[in-house]
Design a protein around this ligand. Structure first.
Ligand code: NAP
Length: 307
């Protein structure tokens, strides 16, 4: 960490303000950028579709045209893009402009092997790599209540901790070797549960509809028992109340994650039939016109036509 940042701020041990480049201001990235600004950090925001980053200017971010411009004076680079391939493409362009020794917090949900490639790119440019996916969706992201799953060198943690504290309610350290992707492994395990629960919710409600069962009867039946679950209630509510737009976690992103999970299982000799079926349901729902809706819209994959 330099003794001073490019805002002219004194960066002593007690100064926890950082200049953070946020690459990707979609559902999650925009919310994280806002919380960084609220916590007093300087934010350089870049998004492929600039219009989506523009509103952050009102919160104090400097919205820039290229990823290289965003990272140039950053202490910390935060990537929150669609997938690992996108991160590789964007960071190949940006990394040469970054200051050697800057931290790279990689929060996009990517595949395990891809994280190794990203860490190698970081190494080529002298960036200190943190494998740092997050658990939590749009609302927790907006509230700064994410769980950050972080892995990277202990020596660099003071540089990134203020960033994690701004976006999350807790940081779970999983190891020091970000290239081995210990956080991404945990994230994929957690998302396998999220996706299975979402798929089960959609299918259960679809069956109720098909059989002419009032879903309220089902909820009353399980109410207060071990089969009841906040997540079931939340996702079922989106379907029943037709609140699938705007999405907290879009169908296409969920399909991407389901495929990452299946692939990770295959590489390690684990068959994941539910995740594979979920990927197909997300793909079918997307083809029916639900791609940009909340992933709960996989419910529609149970019906031949757009229900
Ligand atoms: P999102 O709203 O769809 O944002 C995706 C971002 O990636 C946008 O900034 C998009 O830019 C950018 N992008 C996509 N393709 C690109 C390309 N080829 N080149 C450059 N930029 C590209 O998705 P999100 O929900 O914020 O998710 C972001 C990441 O967080 C994903 O890896 C997701 O799995 C993970 N995540 C999501 C949640 C959640 O609940 N939403 C929770 C935890 C983790 P444009 O605006 O130009 O399209």
């Amino acid at each position: 960490m330099d003794a001073s940042d490019h805002e002219g701020n004194d960066m002593t041990d007690t100064d926890t303000t950082r200049t953070v480049a946020v690459l990707g201001t979609g559902i999650m990235g925009a919310a994280m950028a806002r919380n960084l600004l609220r916590a007093g950090h300087a934010v350089r925001a870049w998004n492929r579709t600039r219009a989506k980053a523009e509103p952050l200017a009102a919160d104090g971010a400097r919205v820039v045209d290229t990823p290289a411009e965003a990272v140039r004076d950053a202490d910390v680079v935060l990537t929150m893009l669609y997938d690992g391939g996108t991160v590789l493409e964007v960071m190949r362009e940006a990394a040469p402009a970054a200051r050697a020794g800057a931290a790279w917090v990689q929060s996009t949900t990517a595949g395990v092997e891809m994280v190794g490639e990203l860490a190698a790119l970081a190494g080529e440019h002298g960036l200190v790599f943190y494998d740092a996916p997050v658990l939590g969706t749009k609302q927790p992201a907006e509230a700064g209540q994410l769980s950050v799953l972080a892995a990277g060198p202990a020596g660099g943690r003071p540089a990134v901790t203020p960033v994690f504290e701004a976006v999350g309610a807790r940081t779970v350290w999983t190891g020091e070797d970000g290239a081995a992707a210990p956080s991404t492994r945990l994230k994929l395990v957690a998302n396998s549960w999220v996706i299975a629960a979402t798929t089960a919710t959609g299918e259960t409600l679809a069956l109720a509809k098909g059989l002419g069962v009032d879903p309220r009867g089902f909820f009353e039946l399980i109410s207060g028992g071990p089969l009841d679950m906040g997540y079931l209630r939340a996702k079922a509510g989106l379907i029943l109340d037709d609140e699938l737009v705007p999405p907290s976690f879009a169908v296409t992103t969920a399909e991407k994650d389901a495929r990452l999970i299946v692939e990770a299982g295959e590489r390690h000799g684990v068959r994941l039939d539910v995740a594979a079926a979920s990927a197909e349901r997300f793909a079918r729902a997307a083809a029916q016109g639900h791609a940009d809706e909340d992933m709960a819209a996989a419910y529609f994959a149970s019906f031949d036509d757009k229900a």
